[in-house]
Each structure stands twice: as structure tokens, then as C-alpha cells.
Write a protein that binds this ligand. Structure first.
Ligand code: CMP
Length: 139
């Protein structure tokens, strides 16, 4: 089914001017960018967005990293968009990411891993609503 997923192009990627290169991977592989904006996340937004990880040892570093520069938040639409995007991103740790995936191509480390993508349709809906008003998404 056609579905939507939430994506973030992270500060390590915006810093290296990789927004277009990453978007080209999405578009070449059947994902349509139906909403997109470049923002500076606040500390409160990053802490809340990654709230599920707050007991993890990497939480404080992750929050600092996510507010270290601009990010591009996006809604991607397409056939099986959640799974498709996870396939295109590759493993969280670029050392484990398959050839040709975004993280293999571009990520610097397990933290500075260039992109975030929702892990389920349910979380996609929550994450999309966190950053976008309905009228900002144009399918
Ligand atoms: P993301 O898919 O956005 O979800 C949580 C983020 O935490 C992850 O990508 C990485 O940027 C970051 N992170 C840092 N260290 C780890 C780790 N050891 N395991 C998982 N995620 C990590």
C-alpha cells in the first residue's frame, strides 16, 4: 500500500551539503518528498523526539549532535515507504550498512549516521505529526 514515513537528514549531512544527494536516493527509488523543511531543532524538541532513548548511554550525546546544526525534516510517500526507507538507509551503524545504502555511502559514525527514518507506520504517524501540520504535507 502507499504509505508515508518520516525522515530526518541529520546535521552531519547538512553540514557536508548532502541534502540533494540523499534526496536523489529517495527519488530514484520511488519515494516522493511530500513535505520538507530545514530547521534548527531545539534541545527540548530533540529530547522529546528521542524520548524513547532517554535511558540509553548515548542519549545526551545524541541530543547535542541533533542540535549541532540544521536538519531537514521530511515526509516521504510511496509503496511500503517505511520499509523501503529503512532499506535505503541501511544499518544504524555505517560499519554494518550494506553497499549502496545512504549510511554506507555517507554516514560518519553510529551517531553521525546522516539520516533517521521511522521504524513503523505507527511511529511514522506520530513523528510526522510532531514536525508537520496537515496542510504542510502535499501529496
Ligand atoms: P536513529 O535511527 O535516528 O535513532 C537513534 C539514534 O541514536 C541513531 O539513529 C544514532 O544517530 C544514535 N546513536 C548513537 N549511538 C547509538 C547506539 N549505540 N545505538 C543506536 N543508536 C545510536
Amino acid at each position: 500500500a502507499i504509505e508515508r514515513t518520516f525522515s530526518i537528514i541529520k546535521p552531519d549531512a547538512t553540514r557536508r551539503n548532502l541534502t540533494g544527494a540523499i534526496n536523489a536516493v529517495f527519488e530514484k527509488n520511488g519515494l516522493r518528498i511530500v513535505a520538507q523543511k530545514r530547521i534548527q531543532m531545539t534541545k527540548a524538541q530533540a529530547e522529546s523526539f528521542y524520548g524513547v532513548h532517554k535511558e540509553r548511554g548515548f542519549f545526551n550525546d545524541l541530543v547535542s549532535f541533533m542540535i549541532s546544526g540544521p536538519v531537514v525534516v521530511q515526509v516521504l510517500e510511496g509503496e511500503g515507504a517505511v520499509a523501503k526507507n529503512r532499506e535505503l538507509m541501511g544499518a544504524t551503524n555505517p560499519a554494518n550498512a550494506a553497499e549502496g545504502t545512504i549510511r554506507k555511502l555517507f554516514a560518519e559514525s553510529i551517531e553521525a549516521n546522516s539520516v533517521h527514518g521511522s521504524d513503523s507506520a505507527e511511529n511514522a504517524a506520530i513523528e510526522i505529526a510532531y514536525f508537520f501540520a496537515g496542510a504542510e504535507i502535499v501529496g
